[in-house]
Design a binder for this molecule. Structure first.
Ligand SMILES: [Ca+2]
Ligand SMILES: [Ca+2]
Ligand SMILES: [Ca+2]
Ligand SMILES: [Ca+2]
Length: 276
């Protein structure tokens, strides 16, 4: 048995040395990214795909590229060439907005945004349809979740031509419903993420661990997630049906109960822990 274990260890070590990308590849679940409804071309940096894409007329390199939203069970994550924690040239991350009743408004700005020709991150009523926002604190990797209404205030993206990427951040008037913590990953490779980089940067970043269970969603509802950078340079959108609880969760829960049962029985052998 011992030599068999040693063989397994050797095989795993060799595998890790020769195929590090396979071993380290992130498993963030299903890619739920959708078209952000803002493009000039069918492909390329102003195209309809999200990887190697930014909004029309904006700076286009990997360091400005938001790449994908992912969902694994009730965990939401996202990946980008943009450094979510440190930003780029003072242009920082926004918050993560979630719509749960199918009326999120984004892209196609001429159709519905009263687009002033002024630049600035302006506080406006939440006319974008989002029902929840995860506010991100990168000093402690902490998030708060607020429930939003149409009377809540949110901040627009900075550049007036990027209003289809709004909103950027939460401002005020929501109701705090839950809190949690997220993980920030840096130094990810193309192989880790499945996305492309370029000569400006070979690196990808990820934020993981946003719990959707706190939103009280029902299976069958569709959720739409939104994130952008302060300038609105790139807009990232994701959409997916709310999952039904997985059988695996029930099995795990069941085995946990069996474990507790065994532990309890073992403890019972000790006279002092007997329950009469
Ligand atoms: Ca990219
Ligand atoms: Ca992009
Ligand atoms: Ca909504
Ligand atoms: Ca985009």
């Amino acid at each position: 048995m011992r030599s068999k274990n040693r063989l397994i260890t050797i095989v795993l070590t060799v595998f890790t040395i020769f195929f590090p990308s396979l071993v380290l590849a992130l498993d963030l679940g299903t890619n739920i990214t959708i078209y952000d409804k803002s493009s000039q071309n069918a492909s390329g940096w102003y195209g309809i795909q999200e990887d190697q894409e930014v909004e029309p007329g904006m700076v286009h390199t990997q360091i400005w590229d938001l790449e994908g939203f992912f969902m694994k069970g009730y965990e939401l994550s996202m990946v980008g060439g943009f450094d979510f924690k440190n930003g780029e040239e003072g242009w920082t991350s926004g918050d993560i907005f979630v719509d749960t009743d199918g009326d999120a408004r984004f892209g196609n700005i001429d159709e519905w945004v009263n687009n002033s020709q002024e630049n600035g991150n302006v506080a406006v009523k939440n006319k974008y349809g989002y029902d929840f926002v995860y506010t991100l604190d990168f000093s402690s990797n902490h998030y708060d979740i607020y429930r939003l209404s149409g009377d809540s205030n949110v901040l627009t993206t900075y550049y007036h031509q990027n209003q289809g990427s709004s909103p950027w951040r939460y401002d005020s008037g929501g109701t705090l419903i839950a809190s949690g913590s997220f993980d920030y990953l840096d130094g990810l490779t193309d192989s880790d993420t499945g996305f492309l980089s370029d000569s400006s940067s070979g690196i990808h970043y990820a934020l993981t661990g946003f719990d959707l269970a706190d939103l009280g969603l029902l299976p069958g509802q569709t959720l739409t997630a939104h994130f952008t950078i302060r300038c609105g340079n790139d807009n990232l959108m994701g959409q997916a049906p709310v999952p039904t609880p997985e059988p695996a969760t029930i099995i795990l829960f069941g085995s946990g109960m069996i474990g507790i049962g065994l532990f309890g029985r073992r403890k019972d052998r000790h006279p002092s822990s007997k329950i009469s």
